[in-house]
Ligand binder design. Sequence first.
Ligand code: CO
Length: 134
Amino acid sequence: MIGRLNHVAIAVPNLAAATAQYRDTLGAKVSAPQQEPDHGVTVVFIELPNTKIELLEPLGETSPIRGFLEKSPAGGIHHICYEVDDILAARDKLKDAGARVLGDGEPKIGAHGKPVLFLHPKDFNGALVELEQA
Ligand code: CO
C-alpha cells in the first residue's frame, strides 16, 4: 500500500541555522522558509535526489512541535512521510487494522498542497507516520 518515501521531517530549534547547515555544510538545495499556520510550523524543504527533508520550526504558541522540542531541545526526527495512491482507502484499511489516525481522522491539505493524515506513533514502532496522497 505505501509507496515512495516522500520526506523525513526534522524538528529544529533554529530554522535559519539548520537551513544554513544543510545549504553551506552539506551542500544541499534548500527552499525559502514557508509558513504553514494551519499546521503550526515554518518549513524549509531540502531537495535530495531521491527524497526530501523538511526542517520544521514551531509557528505560534499552539504549534504541535513545541512539546517535541521541549523534550528534545537540540531537535530530532519528527516524522516520516510515505506516499499512498488513495488516502481514504489507506486510512480505512489502517483503521480496520486497529491503527489510530490523529486529529478528526479526515485528511488535511499538507505543506505540498496534497491531502495528508498522521498515524499514532504508538501504533507504528514509536515513529510518527504521515501519509500523503501523491
Ligand atoms: Co511532513
